[in-house]
Design a protein around this ligand. Sequence first.
Ligand SMILES: C[S@@+](CC[C@H](N)C(=O)[O-])C[C@H]1O[C@@H](n2cnc3c(N)ncnc32)[C@H](O)[C@@H]1O
Length: 331
Amino acid sequence: MKAVRVKKELAEEIRKRLERNGFKDRRRRIRFESGYVIIPVVDEFNLKSPHYEIVEDTNPIFRERKNFREIVTQIAGFYPRYADLKVFGDVGLMKLPDSVMHHKKRIAERVAENYRLSSVWLDMGKHGMKRMPRMEPLVGSKSLVEVKENGCIFRFDITEVMFSQGNQYEKMRTAKLVEDGERVVDMFAGIGYFTIPVMKHSNARKCLAIELNHKSYRFLLENLKLNGIKKVIPILGDSMHVTPESCAERVIMGHIRCENFIKTAIDAIDGEGWIHYHEAVPVKVIHRPVERIRREAESLNARVAEVSLRKVKNYSPNVYHVVVDARIRKC
Ligand SMILES: C[S@@+](CC[C@H](N)C(=O)[O-])C[C@H]1O[C@@H](n2cnc3c(N)ncnc32)[C@H](O)[C@@H]1O
């Protein structure tokens, strides 16, 4: 491991320059040795200068990692409910409530240093049917990330599309339900959240992946290639209008506000098949999603032959993200 050995009087200026150019190794602490300052640098650093000497750091002192809770508590004096940090590779996404918002910059800087991140963003939630994220850069500007999950790779820009780590189990569970030779429709394909694990881990005949947002669609195409997924027909369009009738044995509805699409999903089932319907639902009306499906099925002269509801994750206080698996049989 490399370091720069510099005289005390020049150390601060050299440190700043190394930091600015991304050469300082943040994992190790600066230390003093025989009247000199030893500044740790990354292995790629090889810029020569008469003001310092590049040496081997034989006695490295590693920084202790603090967790997010400790950092926020240290800076704000307390840890608020609903503060949260998600890390995608070397990019961090922070959620902070109003009570600590005035510390956002300092918290972000400490988070970046502690987790060795290239950038930290303030995550201000998603908006609209396209679930577009609103992000504010606090440290750095890197936004393109690659996430590995369930043996799949997802490349996306965190400022353009959302990614829910809390749905990881659900994606794999859905993939395992798919039977050999099934035709699948993913009505809200995004960047391939369900399409890719389903096609990677099942023996489906094909999958129609429909996405409305051209930014997500671009990453969907890229991720299909990246994962070597072949039997997918990607469609850029509104699933309400482009989903074919009687074309599938399984329909995935991975959008938490898609109650108006249940009819289209049932129409897409060819004779008999499953729909996986997601909804954000207040706990006190937890059976609402099942009732919605039953009502729509009845109006279409179809029957719900089997049904189950499971919680995917907490969505907000007293609101769950749930999924209903409903077996639809057309009469
Ligand atoms: C963000 S995903 C939901 C998250 C995903 N289920 C997961 O596991 O992370 C929802 C996607 O549906 C897309 N969408 C919204 N309305 C649509 C429509 N009418 N037709 C097709 N796609 C739509 C959005 O653009 C978005 O990419």
